[in-house]
Design a protein around this ligand. Sequence first.
Ligand SMILES: Cc1cc2nc3c(=O)[nH]c(=O)nc-3n(C[C@H](O)[C@H](O)[C@H](O)COP(=O)(O)OP(=O)(O)OC[C@H]3O[C@@H](n4cnc5c(N)ncnc54)[C@H](O)[C@@H]3O)c2cc1C
Length: 408
Amino acid sequence: MSAIAEELPEQPDFLWHNPSPKKSYDVVIIGGGGHGLATAYYLAKNHGITNIAILERGWLAGGNMARNTTIIRSNYLWDESAAIYEYSMKLWEGLQEELDYDFLFSQRGVMNLAHTLQEVRDSQRRVFANQLNGIDASWIEPDEIKELCPPLNTSDDIRYPIMGATWQPRGGIAKHDHVAWAFARACDRMGVDIIQGCEVTGIVKDAGRVTGVETTQGRINAGSVGMAAAGRSSLLAEMAGFRLPIQSHPLQALVSELHEPVHPTVVMSNHVHVYVSQAHKGELVMGAGVDSYNGYGNRGSFHIIEEQMAAAVELFPIFARAHVLRTWGGIVDVTLDASPIVSRTPFDNLYVNCGWGTGGFKGLPAAGYTFAHTIATGEAHPLNAPYSLDRFTTGALIDEHGAAAVAH
Ligand SMILES: Cc1cc2nc3c(=O)[nH]c(=O)nc-3n(C[C@H](O)[C@H](O)[C@H](O)COP(=O)(O)OP(=O)(O)OC[C@H]3O[C@@H](n4cnc5c(N)ncnc54)[C@H](O)[C@@H]3O)c2cc1C
């Protein structure tokens, strides 16, 4: 055994440490996904708070972070959404350099197809709203669609002919696990403890304040606690003693075996209900909407996969003989207005970032940036102020079901 150990190379220096938890931290972040990592990064970078632990019940980015299909775009309808998602896009555009890590950020454009007159009207409305907010959105006709994405079937003798599309050229994809590693390395360099295999099982309170967390590795005291647990957020809120307006649903995706590069962009269709892109290695990446029931198992029903493949073949007959290599599911945290929650909670020093549902990968830089601001100052940043928990009692909802429809 020791002879083998001697032959093994040392751990490469790009990995992060794997420390045991200290007794106490200034800030404890629950959840080692993209949002937890980005929050810790911006707390350290923008606010000088480095005595931070990220507690992850499984392994780093083993939740939705490494299960998502990595679509990045900012073409949401309402001003509040345009502001936070576009800010996120701008952060994405500088992140590889800032984190000194190549995570294959590819601005290959995102297309949302319209197949009915009503969809044309709704999509054009969104394009105009985006343009007023300075987002690079435009409306494109079928001939331009064919030019941008040759394998799409744009003929008009099919069940749902393509009548046009919204187009955001700055949208695209990135490699999700590399993004997690990039943030983890940067956090580690700044002294953040990333603690894996450490499940939070209780929230410790004293006289109305949160003082720490109970975990599978013992009690850890905390000056402030930030929840970034995506699909498991309601369970944590329940431990703390308040309720979140979240429903947890399975969301599935799949990849084909590898193919030559044939599909140059990202195509989404709410109507036939699928989205398709091609990953850097060559897999076709496909997904659709959530499974309709609630649950915490990281898998969904077979008929959802069957339907999304039928829809993909309808749009791309050329892919009819591609084989499915792998399917998987994650648990997404869906709010009733399809917009996130980045907010204070009923407890002064307990904060929550959740509700990103099917589209939180694209939002993670801005979520981390604004959530860090809220934890550090106790106040909302102007970008996340509209995303407070109290909008569900005041009624100031930000309904993004249209822009979020086929997920992502
Ligand atoms: C199939 C699929 C496709 C998707 N596609 C896209 C897409 O194309 N574009 C897009 O923008 N978004 C997409 N999403 C959504 C996106 O992945 C999520 O919104 C986002 O990843 C959520 O934030 P996160 O990365 O922090 O979540 P997660 O990675 O899930 O992180 C939360 C972490 O908290 C941990 N945790 C939970 N409870 C506890 C506890 N008690 N103690 C300690 N740790 C705990 C979990 O183990 C988990 O690792 C997709 C999601 C899925 C499932």
